[in-house]
Design a protein around this ligand. Structure first.
Ligand SMILES: [Zn+2]
Length: 177
């Protein structure tokens, strides 16, 4: 799946006129505004959901990204939510797609956000069933001991923050940002 989280139409979805950048009345930020009908095209972050799958030997699964951005770095399985699913369902589906892995007993680890471009990442701890295999958007998968998490090769700030919380909950050291 290809994602364009901040792609926008240049035309009003109500009346088809060209949208202009302007500060709407009562607002403080520039928005895309239709000067014809007054429609304001808000751009909001799109939630991402993912899991940190854990085996009964205490190892966690990470996948190596085969796509931009940050191709070649490690991340836990995750991706954009579909509009018809819950965060848990999205996290389970993405884990299946990217690592061909079944997970159960999801438990919320945390919600990680950063500005510009806005991202909201909902991360679950989960029990893994099976070994998994290379799936969509992934060039490699690996099971890491908590002491062997590749901190220097992680994909995003949000990946680092979630794995840091995961490791510390289990009593393992994790570097600050
Ligand atoms: Zn309009």
């Amino acid at each position: 799946m290809t994602h364009h989280p901040h792609a926008t139409s240049r035309f009003c979805m109500h009346c088809g006129q060209r949208l202009m950048s302007a500060i709407p009345e009562g607002d403080t930020q520039r928005r895309l505004v239709c000067l014809d009908c007054g429609f304001v095209h808000y751009i909001n972050p799109r939630p991402v959901a993912g899991t940190i799958p854990e085996r009964d030997d205490g190892r966690l699964l990470l996948v190596r990204r085969a796509i931009e951005p940050r191709v070649g770095t490690w991340v836990f399985p995750g991706g954009y939510m579909d509009v018809e699913e819950t965060a848990e369902e999205a996290a389970i589906r993405e884990t299946k797609e990217e690592a061909l892995l079944e997970v159960q007993e999801l438990s919320l680890l945390g919600v990680y956000t950063r500005p510009g471009p806005g991202v909201v990442v909902v991360v679950y701890e989960a029990l893994a069933f099976g070994e998994g295999a290379v799936g969509d958007e992934t060039s490699e998968i690996a099971w890491f001991r908590p002491n062997d998490i590749p901190w220097e090769e992680l994909a995003f700030d949000t990946t680092h923050w979630a794995l840091r919380d995961w490791a510390r909950r289990r009593g393992f050291p994790a570097p600050e940002d």
